[in-house]
Design a protein around this ligand. Structure first.
Ligand SMILES: C[S@@+](CC[C@H](N)C(=O)[O-])C[C@H]1O[C@@H](n2cnc3c(N)ncnc32)[C@H](O)[C@@H]1O
Length: 236
């Protein structure tokens, strides 16, 4: 039992309410992750080599969609954490949906942003897409924890909600790194989260921890929805 508090309302049914339009966890990886890991012109970093020897972790791996991409890309030592038993089960089940995948389901375990149950300097790559803003408090401490789990020259790929995202605009800022989710965010409404104030705030925070940081931003718009993601790839 972890000493860190996580939101126990995250489960397969709540996260996937057909009334909200989603009937299944995404089966496709985050497109910008694919691009950044596949092409140096997005990151300024040479792609990692000898991938089958490398260890990769996804924090908040949900429907295993990014795990599937990592597997197909060549990583074979794939690990993941999810915050509730229900989501660990869902992630394991989803990882089996992908025909090519031989991801070891024993590597998909309970954990959170602040509770990464693996030894220090274990991973070559850590992925966090849409999870860092679920922690409220000291981002530097949290990023230093993630850094401690990376081997020398290990990397982390990150995405968080950006300032023109519908959910961001709908939320309320209390103080730095302390916001309240708004009406549009479903079961999260009224709970605390930790958005970043701006692209500058995001980059400055990451540069306090990592040696090399390359930030980015992806804005996706439809008539119904704006998704704004602050992104980064960092090296230890
Ligand atoms: C928007 S989903 C993103 C899922 C996946 N990373 C993707 O790219 O499709 C948010 C994820 O954050 C996870 N999450 C929520 N609170 C968390 C926390 N305190 N620590 C780590 N992950 C958390 C949820 O379980 C969920 O998997």
């Amino acid at each position: 039992m972890s000493k860190y508090k996580v939101d126990k309302e995250w489960n397969e049914n709540k996260a996937f309410d057909a009334n909200e339009g989603a009937t299944h966890p995404p089966r496709y990886p985050r497109e910008f992750l694919v691009k950044v890991l596949s092409n140096s012109s997005y990151s300024g970093l040479k792609p990692q080599t000898n991938l089958k020897e490398k260890r990769v972790l996804e924090i908040g791996a949900f429907g295993a969609n990014n795990l599937r991409f990592l597997y197909e890309k060549g990583y074979k030592h794939i690990y993941a954490i999810e915050i509730t038993e229900s989501l660990v089960k869902m992630c394991r089940k989803c990882s089996k949906d992908f025909k090519l995948s031989q991801i070891d389901e024993n590597n998909i375990v309970l954990g959170s942003n602040l509770d990464i149950p693996f030894e220090d300097e274990f991973f070559d790559l850590i992925i966090s897409i849409g999870t860092i803003h679920y922690s409220v408090g000291d981002d530097i401490e949290e990023l230093n924890l993630w850094k401690s789990k990376l081997r020398e020259n290990g990397r982390t790929y990150l995405e968080t909600t950006g300032p023109s995202h519908d959910f961001y605009l709908d939320s309320q800022r209390i103080s730095e790194n302390k916001w309240i989710w708004g009406e549009k965010s479903g079961f999260r409404k009224g709970k605390l989260c930790g958005f970043f104030d701006s692209e500058e705030h995001w980059g400055k925070t990451l540069r306090e921890v990592f040696n090399t940081v390359s930030t980015g931003r992806v804005i996706e718009k439809s008539e119904f929805l704006t998704i704004d993601s602050l992104t980064a790839i960092c090296e230890k």
